[in-house]
Design a protein around this ligand. Structure first.
Ligand code: SF4
Ligand code: SF4
Length: 351
């Protein structure tokens, strides 16, 4: 093989679309997420997925996935979006955050420095193949989930386009750290999202997740303005992000900036990854979050990862009737979109 043909054979298949990166002097800048990494030759960005290969922005993920499952949509969690439906769920290796409590660290955290030629991350798929599998399995939607889907942007975008043509909905489960440019490329393709709002503290985002709070808040507002159905999740950790003032500020932000109809899932932390020695969340911390949500007028606050807690049900915000009853991931529907007792509208996407 000649040098030229060797180089051609080694050239990675996948490059980031031109509008999502720029070329500088001896670096490329990725514009997919709010890290806006400047990457020197043969090095990768913060996520370990995007790398500078010969002055272009390569993705080590391309059309590869690390996880494929068929999940109840309630598992995302989305409680007000096509309840009782199944969603075809996919995730790739890598993440632009490095949360010390990550439950999916086995796929989200890529060890070691980038080596583009040797990288063989995940299993190869095609957007058309994923859509065909979703249809075959009678799912109502495709979810981009498990790791941060921004890092497998190209596959998500192409799959979402194909899914939309077949009447499937598209769901992101995201940390909200995508850039404005990335959001702009996705805004017409996604119908629903569950965004993490991991805390209401810049220090928490910096020290526990390796990110910043403000870009996340900006994404939440943009998604809502765009008409996506959004729900939020906060993993509450006792003595880490469960101070009453912080929970009050977080709930006030949701109610004031996003609106009281946005569901808030307060989820129980269980020891994982770099926080294996931190105890599971005390019930009192979760109940404090529930109180903050109610105090600030949020209509739908749910306690997650705590099987059997009655706060997994949806109650009519006017008369208190249970309109959606959940046991595990099974949903019993008593009223869909409207309370059968008092006719109050229940916010969500039901059909
Ligand atoms: S996706 Fe984010 S973390 Fe990864 S290289 Fe691009 S800007 Fe950096
Ligand atoms: S954003 Fe999610 S997948 Fe990524 S490190 Fe944090 S918890 Fe893990």
């Amino acid at each position: 093989m000649t040098d030229a043909s060797t180089a051609a054979a080694q050239r990675p298949d996948y490059f980031t679309p031109a509008r999502l990166w720029i070329k500088g002097e001896n670096f490329v800048q990725c514009r997919l997420c709010a890290h806006y990494c400047r990457i020197k030759p043969n090095l990768s960005g913060n996520c370990g997925v995007r790398a500078n290969f010969g002055g272009e922005l390569f993705t080590a993920v391309g059309n590869s996935l690390a996880a494929i499952n068929i999940d109840p949509v309630e598992k995302k969690p989305l409680f007000h979006f096509l309840p009782g439906s199944k969603t075809f769920s996919v995730g790739s290796p890598g993440c632009n955050f490095h949360c010390k409590f990550c439950q999916n660290s086995g796929i989200s955290q890529i060890p070691g420095a980038v080596n583009i030629q040797q990288r063989n991350l995940g299993s190869k798929v095609t957007p058309q193949g994923l859509v065909a599998a979703a249809i075959e399995n009678k799912t109502a939607s495709i979810s981009y989930t498990y790791n941060e889907p921004t890092v497998f942007f190209e596959l998500m975008q192409a799959t979402a386009e194909a899914a939309g043509r077949h009447g499937l909905r598209n769901i992101m489960v995201s940390n909200g750290y995508m850039s404005a440019e990335c959001f702009d490329s996705l805004k017409d393709l996604i119908q629903a999202a569950n965004f993490d709002l991991k805390a209401f503290s810049a220090d928490f985002y910096k020290n526990i997740c390796g990110g910043r709070l403000n870009p996340v808040l900006r994404t939440l507002k943009a998604a809502l303005r765009q008409g996506w159905w959004i729900e939020l999740t906060t993993l509450v950790i006792s003595e880490v992000n469960d101070r009453r003032e912080e929970l009050d500020a977080l709930a006030a932000f949701i109610a004031g900036e996003l609106g009281p109809d946005v569901p808030w899932h307060v989820s129980r932390f269980r020891p994982a990854y770099l926080m294996r020695n931190t105890p599971a969340t005390r019930i009192a911390s979760l109940e404090r979050a529930l109180e903050s949500g109610k105090k600030h007028g949020l209509k739908y606050v749910y306690v997650g990862n705590l099987p059997g807690h009655s706060s997994e049900n949806t109650f009519c915000p006017s008369c208190g009737l249970t309109v959606l009853e959940r046991v595990g991931f099974n949903t019993r529907v008593k009223g869909l979109g409207v309370c059968p007792e008092c006719q109050t509208k229940i916010a969500g996407v039901w059909i």
